[in-house]
Unconditional design. Structure first.
Length: 121
């Protein structure tokens, strides 16, 4: 039975750790954006709370979140490349490296999108 076990991709181990960090960051960032003066001014002008949060708070709160997500995805892909190269494990990062070296431009975005989707599930 041990020979039937499938190895778990490297991103599967890390996604629980990362989801906690991103959830905490996504909660703290909008809470910090509720305090500036432009939010109080928009609310005092009579805008609904939903409009203030949607237009003024979330636009400013999502910018650092998107930056961190992009850096984490790049870090995962780089870590997967190193892990799969050192342990000669055939995986998605190896496919990405082969696609880059052979200039297969259709496989590059597909491998990157799939790996980012897999880490976020």
């Amino acid at each position: 039975m041990a020979g039937d076990a499938q190895p778990v991709p490297a991103g599967a181990h890390v996604r629980h750790y990362v989801s906690g960090i991103l959830a905490r960051f996504l909660r703290a960032s909008p809470l910090g954006e509720l305090k500036p003066d432009h939010v109080h001014t928009a609310r005092s002008k009579g805008l609904r709370k939903r409009d203030v949060v949607g237009r003024h708070v979330m636009c400013n709160a999502l910018l650092p979140f998107v930056t961190i997500v992009g850096l984490m995805v790049a870090n995962f892909i780089g870590g997967g490349v190193v892990t799969e190269s050192v342990f000669t494990y055939p995986g998605l990062a190896r496919l990405l490296i082969q696609a880059i070296s052979t200039r297969d431009y259709s496989a590059d975005p597909a491998a990157a999108s799939f790996s980012s989707w897999w880490c976020s599930c």
